[in-house]
Design a protein around this ligand. Structure first.
Ligand code: C2E
Ligand code: CA
Ligand code: CA
Length: 723
């Protein structure tokens, strides 16, 4: 029936009810009149009215409180957020609160008596059965006395709908707008699932009540039924909180590897004990943060703080710790310091990559040679250290050192054919050679310095004399600085002659210092390295240059002496861009022509620092000064270097001459050098010629200019011209 027909039906019902009531009252009035005496009988109409009024009064008195209660209840419910509707068995809408939402129905008050199907049909039409279907949906749970569900409305609201069947078969339908609390639930759920931690609800017996997916992930996707099963046992101290964990406090734990899931490191935080939902079971929430990767990264950072990234060996910091540790050992131990030779040459000639490969291979070989108690360190550059605990004797340490030498000596091919790795080694022992870590390190360093001086893979044990030698050298340095200022140096002159006729071609100035005990002469080979270390070479070279040119001027004035004077100039000065200007000034001061000055350049310096000294050499050449390449063929560098230098003379090293005439190697070198020098039109001078046989051998190869004891030792300027 359409809603507009409802009033007609209600009118018919009212007429039927009124008629029935009237008939009842008439019957009661008639019955009263029969019981009364005729004299007391009331007129029919009056009786009927009286009965009707009485009946209405009685009915009013009986029904009024119930109506009032119902009205109050309704008002109270209307003031809550709950909206309701009551449908009769035949789906007639009996009542609903204002604003009760039914999908598709006008929210304005609807007169009771309308049928749900009709109300829906007014919105959806009857044809396609949508209205009937929706009516069915709205009431479909009517047989299920506890039906409850959420309904999402197109406008985004969420209603919690519940239906109850009433005693007369009616269906009461309640709707509560739960949009807010559902949204809160959803947010909580989203957070629960998206925090980067496992969340685990556990009962006091450690049984799993709930968890998020992350927690399951921590266990390879399978949620453990209990805390015990997870392998996370006895986390803290019993009694301090849930499972021994102090609420809110971070604790690190380990989940043991299981079911193919590797061991994980986690940070755990527990909540206090919490009441369960709706008075349910007490529970605690555990948060598990997986820090396995963080931990690994930390461990790696720590590793790099303590290890050399290139070789993976523990570094200098670790070395210092281990050395301090060694000093506390009752049995003592040994410290070996190693210095790889040739790293710089490999870096220069083959590049950094080859140098790195050499270092890595050396580190590997060293590690292979260590016993379980030994430790190898890379201290930096080409320096390594080995600490051997409990190894007391120098013999034992020496044995280790030789074993290391043997292992290192195995050929390594870095691209220029197989070559051995060489190391010089110094060693010292605790507690004999040093009572603390510093002293022991110093002792081993002294031994290493001595080994480096000896070179060629030397192994040197610490000896107190080494310390004394160092002290002596320091004292020497001090006296040398006084010598420069005090004019204690002298020049000796050694003749350079044409060996065919003995005529004087030039003379080399050689430094002399009477600084030894009792005014004895100290060899330049001994004091020059100390002077260099003390930074005295620029001053010494300047003095030599000045003194040699002064002497040349004096010879010139006397019309005697060698045509050319040779001076030795140190690498430090040869790198100084101011040097050519000083040479020009000194030449000018004494009025000496540049062609009369020959600067000797040590060949190993030329080989190593060619780029640094080349600009200075070019300037000297441009000024007309002669350059002479000293100590050539001494074994330090390749002949090819010669081609890059603008020299006027090559001085064949003493060691080659010493091997003549017998040495096949020396002869071969001599031949190669003479051919090269001839081809490049560079004159050759042989130094250190001591014997007639050497002179003949040199002349045979076409080398005519010579210097050496055969022709004269280094002597004073006066003695040189007197000869
Ligand atoms: P050097 O430049 O190679 O000088 C030649 C060295 O060989 C000199 O030693 C000389 O005395 C020595 N000698 C000469 N003939 C013979 C011989 O026939 N047989 C042997 N066995 N030796 C001979 P000295 O004077 O001790 O000089 C050593 C080194 O000291 C020099 O080697 C040079 O590198 C350096 N030096 C010497 N004087 C000076 C100087 O004034 N300035 C600089 N910067 N270095 C100098
Ligand atoms: Ca020289
Ligand atoms: Ca020389």
């Amino acid at each position: 029936m359409p809603p507009e027909e409802a009033p007609t039906r209600r009118l018919r019902r009212a007429i039927a009810l009124g008629g029935g009531l009237l008939l009842c009252c008439a019957a009661i009035a008639a019955a009263i009149n029969i019981l009364l005496t005729p004299a007391m009988a009331l007129p029919a109409v009056t009786g009927l009215l009286l009965v009707m009024v009485t009946a209405l009064l009685l009915a009013g008195i009986a029904v009024w409180p119930r109506l009032r209660r119902a009205a109050l209840l309704r008002e109270a419910v209307d003031r809550t957020a709950v909206r309701y509707a009551v449908f009769a068995r035949d789906r007639t809408l009996l009542d609903r609160s204002p604003g009760y939402d039914l999908p598709g129905i006008d929210p304005r008050p609807v007169p009771p008596g309308a049928k749900l199907d009709d109300l829906l049909a007014a919105s959806y039409g009857r044809e396609d059965g949508t209205a009937a279907e929706m009516a069915q949906q709205i009431l479909e749970h009517e047989d299920d006395s506890r039906a409850e569900y959420d309904r999402s409305l197109p406008d985004g609201r969420i209603l919690q709908v519940s239906k109850r069947r009433l005693s007369g078969g009616e269906v009461a339908r309640f709707a509560l707008d739960v949009t807010g609390s559902r949204a809160r639930d959803l947010r909580a759920r989203a957070i629960h699932e998206s925090v980067p931690a496992g969340i685990w609800h556990l009962d006091p017996e450690g049984r799993t009540l709930a968890a998020n997916y992350r927690l399951a992930d921590l266990f390879g996707g399978r949620l453990p039924a209990t805390l015990m099963e997870s392998g996370l046992q006895q986390l803290g101290h019993p009694g301090s909180g849930p499972f021994g964990l102090q609420p809110g406090r971070e604790v690190e734990g380990v989940l043991p590897a299981q079911d193919g899931v590797p061991e994980r490191r986690v940070i755990l935080v527990a909540s206090p004990w919490l009441p369960g939902e709706g008075g349910g079971q007490t529970q605690a929430v555990l948060m598990l943060l997986d820090v396995t990767r963080l931990h690994a990264a930390q461990a790696q950072a720590l590793h790099f703080a303590w290890h050399d990234p290139l070789t993976g060996l523990p570094n200098r910091f670790r070395f210092q710790q281990a050395l301090a540790q060694l000093m506390t050992q009752p049995d003592g131990g040994s410290l070996l310091l190693l210095d790889l030779s040739g790293l710089r040459a490999v870096n220069d000639a083959l590049g950094q990559v080859a140098g790195d490969a050499m270092l890595r291979e050396a580190a590997r070989r060293l590690r292979d040679q260590t016993r379980p108690l030994d430790q190898v360190f890379r201290l930096g550059g080409d320096e390594f250290a080995l600490i051997a605990t409990g190894l007391r004797t120098q013999q034992a340490a020496g044995a280790i050192a030789s074993r290391i030498q043997r292992a290192l000596a195995a050929p390594l091919d870095l691209g220029t054919g197989p070559n051995p790795i060489r190391a010089n080694i110094g060693h010292a022992h605790a507690p004999e050679d040093g009572e603390d870590a510093d002293a022991l390190h110093r002792a081993a360093a002294l031994a290493l310095a001595q080994a480096k001086r000896q070179g060629n893979g030397a192994v040197v044990p610490y000896d107190p004399a080494l310390g004394e030698r160092v002290a002596r050298r320091l004292a020497l340095r001090q006296r040398l600085s006084g010598a420069v200022a005090g004019g204690e140096f002298q020049l000796a002159w050694q003749a350079q002659v044409d060996a065919r006729n003995g005529s004087l071609r030039g003379a080399e100035a050689l430094l002399r210092w009477p600084g030894g005990p009792g005014g004895s002469s100290v060899s330049p080979a001994e004091f020059l390295p100390e002077a260099d270390a003390a930074g005295l070479m620029p001053a010494i070279d300047a003095w030599v240059l000045d003194e040699a040119l002064r002497q040349k001027a004096a010879w010139m004035a006397a019309g005697e002496g060698p045509e050319i004077v040779g001076v030795n100039i140190s690498p430090t000065t040869l790198r100084d861009p101011e040097f050519p200007a000083r040479v020009r000034a000194t030449l000018a001061r004494y009025g000496v022509a540049p062609e009369a000055l020959e600067v000797e350049i040590p060949e190993d310096v030329a080989a190593r620092d060619l780029d640094a000294i080349a600009p200075v050499l070019h300037e000297l050449i441009a000024d007309g000064v002669r350059l002479s390449l000293d100590d050539f063929g001494g074994g330090r560098s390749a002949l090819a270097h010669l081609l890059r230098l603008p020299v006027d003379q090559v001085k064949l090293d003493r060691s080659i001459v010493a091997g003549l005439p017998g040495g096949a190697r020396e002869r071969a070198i001599l031949r190669a050098v003479t051919i090269l020098a001839k081809g490049m039109e560079i004159p050759l001078l042989a130094e250190g010629v001591e014997t007639e046989a050497q002179r003949e051998a040199l002349l045979e190869e076409g080398c005519v200019v010579m210097q050496g004891w055969l022709f004269g030792r280094a002597v004073s300027a006066g003695d040189l011209v007197a000869r």
